[in-house]
Ligand binder design. Structure first.
Ligand SMILES: Nc1ncnc2c1ncn2[C@@H]1O[C@H](COP(=O)(O)OP(=O)(O)O)[C@@H](O)[C@H]1O
Ligand code: SF4
Ligand SMILES: [Mg+2]
Length: 328
């Protein structure tokens, strides 16, 4: 586990032991079952850098994103923003803080009401936060936002359905930037886009990060993309951090990370479905697994792996791995 106190001055966000349980059933016919969507995850998000979180669908990425922004409460663990636990902030402080931490979603439709013009969608964050503006200020703010994401100001009168997928995602990013945040959580922002459009959005995010001094938590199921774009990478499986790569040059050594890399080596986006290209099934999130959660799918699994859960340990230089038999 990473130490929360390692480099406090360099970290915008520090996540320690973060856990979130969900329950189902508990009715007359079905017993109540509890699963951990996010299970004891600790990581640092250095200021001005891109921290990546990668894993297959259902491994807990979106739950982690929502926990980090405190859109949902944690079952255990803490999220500190600039050194202060978010759970200790008053509702008033939290409201102010919301301006500084924003989310970009995979499907911009989930953030933009299809009945609104782009202008109205871009003005909404100001209204939600009670930021008063004259008509001229509002116009200027919208023009600036739309230009920042590389769209023409003429587009503000359009409705979402008149925009392409890439343009819609640019609007989603512009909306997230409206209140000048310092921290963006990007939850699979390019997953529904073609590869060429995906590259343009990544370039835009890179430029915005430099221009505005932003810090990103970038979530994706695509390890190749995450390794390309991110400074640090956290590989998640069934709610747990399996490997943390400290920089873009570090070679993955966890068997799951390797399987992810191989399965992502498919340039055709229509076939880039990680989950179908790895052997074996992901265990039920409700299953109680005594050993390594990846053992059923791992080519190197031993009796030890099935018996004892490997703990996240430092291989040196902040390269963390939870595996009994790491790859060379
Ligand atoms: N609100 C919820 N209620 C019950 N289960 C949930 C809820 N949100 C997520 N889950 C479960 O938590 C697990 C992780 O989900 P999620 O964080 O959405 O994963 P990912 O974003 O990596 O696909 C899944 O098994 C999912 O079904
Ligand atoms: S702990 Fe064992 S089963 Fe799990 S990834 Fe490592 S070698 Fe494979
Ligand atoms: Mg998700």
């Amino acid at each position: 586990m990473e130490s929360a106190a390692a480099t406090p001055e360099g970290d915008l966000v520090t996540i320690t032991g973060l856990t979130r349980e969900f329950s189902s059933g508990g009715g007359l016919m079905t017993p109540r079952r509890t699963m951990r969507a996010v299970n004891d995850v600790s990581l640092r998000v250095p200021r001005g850098k891109v921290t990546g979180v990668v894993g297959e669908s259902g491994c807990g990425k979106s739950t982690l994103a929502r926990l980090v922004l405190r859109l949902i409460d944690a079952t255990a663990g803490t999220v500190a923003f600039e050194g202060t636990d978010l759970a200790n902030r008053s509702p008033g402080q939290m409201r102010k803080l919301r301006r500084r931490m924003q989310m970009v979603f995979q499907d911009p439709y989930s953030a933009i009401d299809p009945r609104y013009t782009i202008r109205r969608a871009l003005l909404e964050p100001f209204q939600v936060q009670g930021v008063a503006q004259t008509a001229a200020e509002a116009r200027a703010a919208v023009d600036e936002l739309i230009s920042m994401v590389g769209l023409s100001p003429r587009m503000v009168a359009s409705f979402p359905h008149q925009l392409s997928g890439g343009q819609k995602q640019r609007v989603g990013i512009a909306r997230a930037l409206a209140l000048r945040p310092s921290f963006l959580v990007l939850d699979e922002p390019t997953a529904s886009l073609d590869v060429s459009i995906q590259a343009q959005i990544i370039d835009l995010l890179e430029a915005l990060k430099e221009d505005l001094g932003l810090t990103y938590l970038f979530i994706s199921h695509d390890l190749s993309l995450v390794r390309y774009f991110c400074d640090r990478v956290v590989v998640m499986y069934l709610g747990r951090a399996m490997e943390i790569l400290p920089d873009a040059t570090a070679r993955p050594r966890h068997h799951y990370a390797h399987a992810l890399l191989d399965s992502n080596f498919e340039p055709d986006p229509a076939r880039r479905k990680v989950i179908t290209m790895l052997d074996g099934e992901i265990p039920s999130p409700f299953a109680v697994i005594p050993g390594c959660a990846f053992a059923d799918r791992c080519p190197a699994a031993s009796d030890l792996c099935r018996r004892e859960r490997p703990v996240l340990t430092d291989l040196g230089g902040g390269h963390m791995i939870a595996c009994h038999h790491p790859r060379d």
